[in-house]
Design a protein around this ligand. Structure first.
Ligand code: SF4
Length: 227
């Protein structure tokens, strides 16, 4: 069995970490790739995006939301009515079940509104810690950092964290991210991971933060093997 590494915390006021965020802030617009026009649309889109691409979710919601974009309207569709809109998204059957149940609970417990607390969000079907973090951050401006595969990879490559799990990475990032960058840190890291520090072939040669990255300095054109 692989030996688990302890999370690396590092100093909370590391100037290198601050410099990386400052550079990312100059090159990345902190905006979600998901398309939505209300907090409810955002919540459903994030639930649908688990283990799926934002592109596939946007294609589905572009057809769904003009027809149904409220808890009442989606509940009225039912699972069988919702599935045709989302069936090109991975895990669409379980997601349809969750979205329908989620709409029912929003109406039953929250007057059809999306709650703004982690506890209430995570009590909804299909909503885990990562989804709650995304909604709290984007819709309510809270300084949460949702850690997906991109954020976890980038944080470890840059040496911000040496961690085994998204939860560990989140804890380290929350401790080490300068306060001025906390609200947008999620988007800086996820978009850097999606478009530059990609899993199979990171673009170290054109990376804005290569000067602060041990991996990039070793060989700016290297291809980092998938671990
Ligand atoms: S230099 Fe390479 S490994 Fe380091 S953050 Fe940039 S793309 Fe990722």
């Amino acid at each position: 069995m692989a030996r688990r590494r302890p999370p690396h915390w590092g100093p909370a006021d590391d100037p290198t970490v601050a410099a990386v965020y400052d550079l990312l802030a100059t090159t990345i617009s902190p905006k979600s790739d998901l398309e939505f026009s209300s907090t409810f649309e955002l919540l459903v889109a994030v639930v649908l995006s688990a283990q799926a691409t934002d592109k596939s979710v946007n294609e589905a919601t572009a057809r769904l939301y003009p027809v149904a974009n409220t808890p009442t309207a989606i509940l009225a569709l039912g699972e069988s009515g919702l599935i045709p809109y989302i069936q090109r998204i991975g895990l669409f059957r379980i997601k349809a079940k969750n979205v329908i149940a989620l709409c029912g609970l929003l109406l039953e417990r929250h007057g059809g509104q999306v709650p703004d607390t982690r506890e209430a969000l995570e009590a909804l079907p299909g909503v885990g810690r990562k989804t709650a973090n995304v909604v709290l951050n984007i819709a309510f401006g809270q300084p949460t950092i949702a850690v997906d595969t991109h954020v976890h990879r980038v944080a470890n490559r840059l040496g911000f964290a040496i961690s085994n799990s998204p939860d560990q990475t989140e804890a380290v990032l929350l401790a080490r991210t300068p306060a001025r960058h906390l609200v947008h840190a999620h988007h800086y890291l996820i978009l850097h991971g999606r478009y530059t520090c990609t899993a199979r072939a990171p673009r170290c040669g054109t990376c804005a933060v290569a000067g602060h990255c041990a991996l990039g300095r070793v060989d700016p054109n290297r291809v980092i093997p998938v671990s």
